[in-house]
Write a protein that binds this ligand. Structure first.
Ligand code: SAH
Length: 247
């Protein structure tokens, strides 16, 4: 397995026990968006950005976004100590906040320029959304878990992050009413490439999507014409599954 892994179950068994206890608390607690951001957090974020750089991410804007976004606020305050480790972490509804390296890797592949219209499938905690917004993209994002959708829709603006549109829906369908998009990013493991996503890409646009059932290969599609695409298969990775319909 390469760097590109969402597999938080690598945490040792005794830690897992603690984590599942904390997850239970998380379900019953309010998200503490008001938890402080301190110089210590900033130091940890700088270290995280350096680690990700050492793993091969060269895009300076992406690294600056990782060094800027207070990831600990995207988790319950009890998980603060895990927030700046380069690993995925459980959030509500049995989903994960993606591993920072993976977020940086997918963001770099998208080659975002300011003003790009970007569709994100799998809003989750909103951390990837925040990175796209730091890159000055205009973000449209879809989440199929209602619980997560509602929570993240309230949370992101508290940090000053304002996607253009947040949708509770099924990412397999994309957002035809807002298409076409310059870039599309899928942050869940897709068993196949949904045709509507390819159809909603501008000519010259890029789709980044992990494809596979239990494990995936990162795929990059570049639309070269009305009916033509270049396909690239990149790193192995592991994401939570892209599920059909809403929940
Ligand atoms: N980018 C998120 C990653 C969350 S994990 C973050 O960093 O927090 C993947 C997310 O994709 C989950 O929230 C999951 O509920 C969502 N998802 C899975 N299938 C989906 C679908 N068909 N449409 C929209 N979202 C989906």
């Amino acid at each position: 397995m390469t760097n590109c892994s969402e597999n938080y179950f690598r945490v040792k068994v005794h830690k897992n026990k603690i984590i599942s206890g904390l997850i239970t608390n998380f379900k019953h607690s309010k998200h503490k968006a008001y938890v402080k951001d301190t110089l210590k957090h900033q130091g940890l974020r700088n270290q995280l950005a350096n680690q990700i750089k050492d793993k091969g991410i060269a895009n300076k804007n992406v690294l600056a976004a990782i060094a800027k976004i207070p990831r600990h606020l995207f988790l319950d305050s009890s998980f603060e100590n895990f927030a700046y480790k380069d690993q995925a972490f459980p959030i509500l509804a049995d989903q994960t906040i993606s591993q920072p390296y993976t977020v940086a890797y997918q963001s770099q592949l998208l080659e975002i320029v300011p003003g790009d219209k970007v569709l994100e499938i799998g809003t989750g905690s909103g951390y990837q959304t925040a990175v796209l917004l730091e890159l000055k993209a205009e973000v449209y994002t879809i989440e199929r878990q209602n619980e997560l959708f509602k929570k993240t829709k309230l949370f992101l603006p508290k940090l000053g992050y304002r996607p253009k549109y947040m949708s509770f829906g099924d990412g397999y369908k994309g957002l035809p009413e807002y298409a076409p998009f310059d870039k599309i990013i899928v942050t869940a493991g897709a068993p196949y490439v949904p045709k509507p996503l390819l159809a909603q890409l501008k000519i010259g646009g890029i789709l980044v999507i992990p494809v596979g059932d239990t494990e995936q290969v990162m795929h990059l599609y570049k639309r070269t014409g009305a009916k033509s695409f270049q396909k690239h298969e990149l790193e192995d990775c592991k994401f939570v599954p892209m599920l059909e319909k809403k929940n």
